[in-house]
Ligand binder design. Structure first.
Ligand SMILES: *Cc1c(COP(=O)(O)O)cnc(C)c1O
Length: 521
């Protein structure tokens, strides 16, 4: 066992090594991988360069005089390191990804091919407008289809994620209210809202108040009506909501909010459950973000990339952010400044430096055009069918708190009721890892105890669903029977249970090379 300069073994001696009983700690193709700084040495380089001939320095004494602390590895060592790490990750290309409220669906390779066309991939936002007409046309055409699918007259393309879209929508709402001299302070958010909704409202300086849910998991319309008044700026409602249910009273909610002088924000991240079937514009919604990276594909996860265009009603369209792409005779122009033109004069400004996520626009348009109107409608129907198949296949073993409220939308919600004493949703999630699945979303939404939210998406076959259902059923039965071995799961992953609280509160993100640190002092 070789040691590095700090006396650490270059392959760290872990419990895995002992447990696996192998010299390396590896278990067949499951490879133990140390930090890159533990494998490489900061004093060497991976390339054999001859010593440079002495030259007179022209840096005026500013040249570096100590190692920069990068691990010196050869190309194959570097490639292996990152490839090994990538194999420890779970991905939609490896298997079903049941995360609810995330829409982890297969991303057609056609999208990738089109997004890589040099005419889209290699353009620069500062190029002269007459050299990027095709790019502007693509943004304009995608904007057209987003407006058509949602039944809304305007869309802001630049927001870069769902949460960013929420911010955009609330800034437009605030501008509209300020324009009429109405400084309302409160935003109402249902208990079942996605966490980003209250966070966005608070970030905008609003006071956030809860709206309770009814027993069947939907917004309590009467409680909402009772709370409306001259201090309520807007409601933020996720539809379909995070219990996986369609808010059937949406039109009545919008009418009541409008009658009280407020505006309606809809979190449309779950649009894939209703695309081609429901137009949010018909439900009285004033602003809604669409997660292109969920509804209209694009690989995502690990924090990016995202694209969250926001559609607006007539009432809010004048306040939408810049820039806009507009058709101008045969060509396209980019409107980047507030102009005297009526529809841009009141814009609240910019959300981002440039025009949005070009690669994701290309993928989304490719997805929309390759599916067509009938195909998109079927996306929603199949997503809902698959979720209901999961719900009904498991409700004899897992408690489905809203199973009685009729069919679910695109995700199935279960609770931990009926588990043996001391057994939790966390145990089930860890058990699923041993079964080779990424766990479902857990402990969200908050309205259900020990919730497990499963979103299979429309891209899974019946065979794939059956296998997942079998795995979850088996783990759930172990939780109900109080199988002690489940408390130690995962048994077959590279690491067992981590101290997740400590990892979140005190993450160690920086490798400290003590020698470099000492030299710097
Ligand atoms: C994913 C999601 C969001 C946030 O979208 P990001 O792109 O991750 O910022 C907001 N609301 C709901 C309902 C979501 O599912």
């Amino acid at each position: 066992m070789s040691m590095n300069r700090e006396g650490r073994p270059t392959r760290p001696e872990t419990t895995t090594q002992a447990a696996n009983g192998t010299f390396t700690g590896n278990r067949a193709l499951m490879l133990e991988e140390a930090l890159i700084f533990e494998i490489g040495d900061t004093h060497t380089t991976g390339v054999d360069l001859e010593k440079a001939p002495a030259v007179a320095s022209r840096l005026g004494g500013l040249e570096r005089n100590r190692s920069i602390g990068l691990a010196g590895l050869s190309e194959p060592e570097t490639v292996r390191h990152y490839t090994r790490l990538s194999r420890q990750n779970y991905a939609i290309d490896l298997g079903l990804f049941p995360l609810g409220s995330c829409t982890m669906k297969h991303n057609p390779r056609l999208n990738e091919k089109l997004a890589r066309l040099p005419g889209f991939a290699d353009i620069h936002p500062l190029q002269p407008i007459d050299t990027v007409q095709g790019g502007l046309q693509l943004i304009h055409e995608l904007a057209h289809w987003l407006c058509t699918l949602t039944g809304m007259p305007a869309v802001a393309m630049s927001p870069k994620a769902g949460a960013h879209g929420e911010l955009c929508g609330l800034l437009a709402i605030r501008s509209a209210l300020e324009a009429r001299g109405d400084a309302r302070q409160v935003i109402l958010v249902p208990e079942s809202a996605h966490g980003t909704n209250p966070a966005t409202a608070a970030f905008c300086g609003y006071k956030v108040e809860d709206i309770p849910a009814t027993k069947d998991g939907r917004v309590d319309l009467e409680a909402l009506k009772a709370r409306l008044g001259p201090d309520v700026a807007a409601v933020m409602i996720t539809n379909p909501n995070t219990c996986g249910l369609f808010e059937r009273d949406m039109k009545a909610i919008s009418d009541a909010v409008h009658a009280a002088g407020g505006l309606v924000y809809c979190d449309g991240a779950n649009f894939n459950a209703i695309v081609g079937r429901v137009r949010p514009g018909d439900l009285g919604i004033d602003a809604m973000h669409i997660n292109l990276h969920k509804t209209f594909s694009t690989p995502h996860g690990g924090g990016g990339p995202g694209a969250g265009p926001v559609v607006f009603s007539e009432a809010l369209a004048p306040f939408a952010p810049l820039p806009f792409v507009e058709k101008n005779g045969e060509g396209y122009r980019l409107i980047e400044e507030e102009t005297a033109e009526e529809h841009h004069a009141q814009s609240f400004g910019r959300m981002t430096a440039f025009n949005g996520q070009m690669g994701m626009f290309t993928r989304a348009l490719s997805y929309i055009l390759s599916h067509g109107a009938d195909g998109l409608r079927q996306v929603a129907e199949d997503a809902v069918l698959n979720a209901n198949y999961v719900l009904r296949s498991l409700e004899d073993v897992l408690d489905a708190p809203f199973g009685h409220s009729g069919p679910c939308m695109h995700e199935a919600l279960f609770s931990d009721e009926g588990f043996a004493d001391g057994f939790t949703t966390l145990d089930v999630a860890k058990g699923l890892i041993d079964e080779g699945y990424h766990p479902m979303t857990m402990y969200f939404p908050l309205v259900v105890h020990g919730s497990m939210l499963v979103e299979p998406t429309e891209t899974e076959s019946k065979a794939a669903l059956d296998q997942f259902i079998g795995a979850l059923r088996s783990v759930a039965e172990r939780a109900k029977a109080g199988d002690e071995a489940l408390k130690g799961a995962p048994h077959f992953a590279p690491r067992r249970r981590l101290d997740e609280t400590l990892a979140a509160r005190k993450p160690v993100l920086v490798w400290k090379d003590t020698e470099v640190a000492q030299a710097a002092e």
